[in-house]
Design a protein around this ligand. Structure first.
Ligand SMILES: [Zn+2]
Length: 218
């Protein structure tokens, strides 16, 4: 039983320091709401990658993109796990989960023949698909989309212990030949956390060292 005095102290502390985040109602469209939307009694999959896309459309909502995917034979609905709106349909910077996230189903956002190199598992089984609404070949994502993307990627990385080197654009997937997610994604991979860029540089240095060693052997 909580005494009146401690209840008053608790209220005063809440006013001073804010309500703890776990008890805050999560507003629809936010990153925390989207991630927490997994259906009850659904075990999380072992996600190991994050693959970024654009919808290559001027606008869209989960419903409109999903019906396009259904027409293309993706019978489990929206191919991506999350959509980030650009204000044309879905709100600017709003993050919405699709049925594949809510039910923790594999995605359908990478060609099914493409497998990740470490274990040979199809990317779609282990990669969370995030799509920015818009044609990022034509125009960059909005500032709100970039903020939401950074927050979503960082939250998913923390939750599933996903290495920054495993966060990539669709076109960076081994064997993929696509311009997706578009050259205007922005900020020299604005979504990257910095660690991805460092991992890239390490690989480039390694490649150069191997080439130098080969040249010396000739
Ligand atoms: Zn794509």
């Amino acid at each position: 039983m909580v005494s009146t005095l401690s209840r008053v102290a608790l209220c005063a502390a809440m006013v001073l320091f804010g309500v703890p985040s776990w008890s805050q109602p999560r507003a629809s469209g936010t990153v925390s709401h989207a991630i927490a939307s997994v259906a009850p009694h659904t075990a999380p999959r072992r996600w190991r990658y994050i693959v970024l896309h654009h919808t290559a459309t001027a606008g869209g909502t989960v419903a409109s993109i999903e019906s396009a995917h259904l027409r293309r034979g993706m019978n489990r609905g929206l191919a991506y796990h999350f959509l980030i709106g650009n204000g044309r349909g879905l709100g600017d910077g709003a993050v919405e989960p699709g049925v594949r996230w809510r039910r923790q189903l594999p995605g359908a956002h990478v060609a099914s023949a493409l497998c990740e190199p470490e274990r040979g598992v199809p990317y779609d089984e282990v990669a969370i698909g995030i799509a920015l609404v818009g044609d990022l070949e034509q125009r960059p994502p909005t500032a709100a989309q970039q903020r939401a993307l950074r927050e979503l990627v960082a939250s998913l990385q923390r939750r599933f212990h996903i290495d920054a080197a495993h966060v990539m654009g669709h076109g960076e997937v081994l064997g993929a030949h696509t311009a997706c997610p578009g050259r205007r994604l922005g900020g020299g991979r604005a979504w990257a956390t910095g660690a991805a860029r460092r991992a890239e540089l390490r690989r480039a240095v390694l490649r150069r060292a191997v080439l130098r060693a080969r040249r010396r052997r000739r």
